[in-house]
Design a protein around this ligand. Structure first.
Ligand SMILES: [Zn+2]
Length: 281
């Protein structure tokens, strides 16, 4: 999934590349990605065609492109959706589900590999956009929201849960998944199964600082979101973990802090955690 750092890089790239542009033509290859907002391709296309993109917001990993006429274009990348800038004449790739070309040239392609895309896109009235996005209003976005460490600590106390489960719960933290939850916990030196309400003030401060540092460093390590044709930025061609990661995908490799081999532990059917058994207390 697109996690917070990559989502914010994508938002900034979109802001730079598509704000001010007017949508000319819309092509929908896969009508199911328009659910639940639109029943038909023409309904979606007629709302989007002719609209000018005024700004790009983000909530978690959902992109909200503000249009004129009081409309918002939502793009929820789902599990593995991605957006790419192409020339207006570029043919749609086999994984492309929606494409919008611009009056001044160029086109935005929205793609996802796999038989059944999980990405969703639609145009809704701006006043309803936050609700329509399905993103929890109460969850913390650690790049967009700026709690103090004391507020962060209160949040951890009020949402007592194992740290890994808490970070990956989209009702509590937005845009954190398998990669950065592990990275933040390693940076903070905290075990994945520590209960959040048991952290000492010192550990809360460390956790708070680690979250910020890991997310900002990951944003710096990300390339252009719109031009990268490879949606999975976490492994290189050989499947090795990307250079900026400390634990994710590094099973058996030495922890860079204490040289102990990194372990991979399954904590539930759909979730594993990469961690150092020695220096994460
Ligand atoms: Zn270690």
């Amino acid at each position: 999934m697109l996690e917070l750092p990559e989502a914010e890089v994508l938002r900034r790239d979109l802001e730079r590349e598509v704000v001010g542009k007017r949508v000319k033509d819309v092509v929908v290859e896969t009508p199911s990605v328009l659910k639940p907002w639109h029943r038909t391709r023409p309904e979606f296309a007629s709302l989007l065609e002719g609209r000018r993109i005024a700004s790009v917001r983000r909530r978690g990993n959902v992109m909200l492109l503000e249009l004129d006429e009081g409309l918002t274009w939502l793009v929820d990348p789902g599990v593995q959706g991605s957006l790419h800038l192409e020339t207006a004449s570029a043919t749609l790739g086999t994984d492309a589900h929606v494409a919008a070309s611009f009056a001044t040239g160029g086109a935005l392609h929205i793609s996802e590999t796999g038989r059944e895309p999980t990405l969703r896109t639609g145009v809704v009235p701006s006043v309803d956009a936050d609700d329509a996005s399905g993103v929890s209003r109460d969850a913390l976005d650690l790049l967009a929201d700026t709690p103090t460490w004391i507020e962060f600590g209160r949040y951890l106390m009020a949402n007592d849960e194992q740290l890994k489960l808490l970070l990956c719960d989209p009702k509590r933290f937005l845009g954190l998944g398998p990669v950065y939850s592990d990275e933040i916990l390693w940076e903070a030196g905290l075990r994945h199964d520590r209960m959040s309400a048991t952290l000492t003030p010192q550990e809360i401060r460390r956790f708070y600082r680690a979250a910020h540092e890991v997310l900002v460093a990951a944003m710096k390590a990300s390339g252009s979101a719109l031009e990268d044709a490879e949606p999975d930025t976490f492994t290189d061609e050989d499947g090795a973990a990307a250079g900026h990661l400390s634990v994710y995908g590094r099973e058996g490799l030495a922890c860079s802090r204490c040289r102990t081999p990194i372990q991979r532990t399954r904590i539930k059917r759909t979730m594993v955690t990469f961690h150092c058994p020695r220096c994460m207390g």
